[in-house]
Design a protein around this ligand. Sequence first.
Ligand code: NCD
Length: 344
Amino acid sequence: MTDLTKSAAMGEGGVGLLSGAESHAAALCSACAKGSLLTVEHLSIADVAGILATTTRLERMAAVERARLLTGRTIALLFYESSTRTRTSFELAAKSLGATTTLVSDKSSSIEKGESLKDTGLTLRALGAEAIVLRHPSSGAASLLARVTGLPVLNAGDGMHQHPSQALLDLRTILLRLGRDASTVDAHALDGVTVAIVGDILHSRVARSNAMLLPRLGARVVLCGPVEMLPEDALGLGAGIAIERDFDRALAQADVAMMLRIQKERLAGFDLDLAEYVARYQLSAQRLAAIAPHAAVLHPGPIIRGLEIAGEVADGAQSAIEQQVAQGLAVRRALLARALGVQA
Ligand code: NCD
């Protein structure tokens, strides 16, 4: 069994870059509460347009009015993996809509004592949670939780599988950065746009979700990385995807360069020559200035300065990294309102 086909998940199907997980997830969703967001594949272009429109409406709404939308509603944040941006932005988004939130993490709950995901979910439901935001190291965990609780579940990252809210916030950041309409999309919203996604694609749920969403809106996605982190079968993620191993050639085509962290925690058994990686794949200031002086630079974080991205680039004028974080708050408000069936 290769890394690509290995099942990491709780009997929920394979979870490589290519696997039965997609069709499996789609089948599972018929049993999921409306308002769940488990994978970008469950979103039609009209759904994406609706989420962006709600995001814009909420952004323009007065804070006091916004804070009434989810008053009296309860949202649980269930995190089995570390997170800064995703957790905090979901929490602040929920609070800005007036919801009550509770955070349960694997480090400070009965999960540490061995309680299962199912029993943890049922406990949160019994305590009044009406939606659960879940991050979990196993692919398929969000589908499982949605099925066993019947609650809307927002997948905040499941193993190497999906991170749909990240793809949506990246989409909004790209639209804004390129001066396009960010309040709606259609199948041509990203026509003529090339997005290079660079680095540890194999372990990245962010890369997967973006590579599956952006081409449906007209973008070309160029995946770039060494073969150990970017197997050839990534091409099968969908139409509109190409592989370019040479970073300079990938960058030369890019309107957007999305840099990824090397996920050391998922690199079991793989001996990486860091100096070689930096030489071949780091987005340095010189490389950016020489090859893509107009490209927007994205990174989902956490950023490892001096490894996949130079500090000067992260702090530089082409960086959209802080904008991505701000868009995370904006888009997640819309996703939470949608999860709880509130028209905003
Ligand atoms: C990513 C994640 O957790 O998938 N970060 C994020 O959510 N913003 C990427 C990573 O961990 O490198």
